[in-house]
Ligand binder design. Sequence first.
Ligand code: SF4
Ligand code: SF4
Length: 317
Amino acid sequence: MTISRRDLLKGAVAAGAAVAIPATAEARHEIEPLPDAVGMLFDSTLCVGCRACQSACKVANKLPEDKVEANGGVYDAPNDLNSTTKNVIKAFPAGDTQHYMKQQCMHCVDPSCVSVCMLGALHKEGEGKRDFKGEKKGTGIVLWDKWTCVGCRYCQIGCAFNVPKFEWFEAFPAIVKCELCRHRRDEQKSGPLAVANPACCEVCPREAVVFGYRKDLLAEAKRRVAADPQRYNPHVYGEHDGGGTQVLYLAAAGVQFHDLGLPDLPERSQAEFSESVSHAPYLYGVTPIALYAAMAFVINRNKKKEEAAEHGEEGKR
Ligand code: SF4
Ligand code: SF4
């Protein structure tokens, strides 16, 4: 049996459509916090800016002193996160006083750093996509895997909180960000709470930052607001902002979170939005079918031109 080019072309189009239709992508659904997600609650009305948490973070994570500040790092504290600073306290004038804010990875419920990483070097512990040996399930901590990362730094661009930092001066550079001191176990606790043990929460003399299950921290934040509405901005930052975060914030009454360095974000996560946009053309296989149809049209047109040219040559002979 001989197969003509026309039959081959028809077969290719049919096969393309058959492959495309079952592979339809769906618009991305909203991601809920994991039931046992852990996180931190930072209450800026309690912080006095002593920076004990910043120093404890350096010690716990074996990070060297900063060398980029005005006095060469002799006494300066860094004014932002960098490749040797995973946790920083910043001062913001707001109203008639100074307010202190703690910045580190927010451990987003639906992190855009995870969404943009093409190789899966960043992932959420317990989300089920990666299963590293020894990982406890369900904490939702956003972890970085040095063996998978190729240093493209998309995560830096994707993060709305400007968190991941890059080791520019290392031969094998790493992405540096808080992992909630996941390397420090707390044997006094059980379950996911034993997995991480943030040094910053251990040392804070004011308990301005505390560690726990996200659901408990959220309830505690709401309890504080309800108990003293004159003291607090009623909004708990991170409950829904940017799709929700596992690090939650409280601010003083009359102080807006954007005045304290946190971005105004919609409730829909960036990851959900961007993945829905990029997947939409594949809904119902429209794009693959259209692509195969366009290819078939071009091939067919070229084939006809070729045949016409061949017949013209034969006519001359
Ligand atoms: S704050 Fe940035 S680095 Fe941290 S989980 Fe969210 S997107 Fe990722
Ligand atoms: S240790 Fe507590 S009070 Fe001191 S800077 Fe950190 S969060 Fe603020």
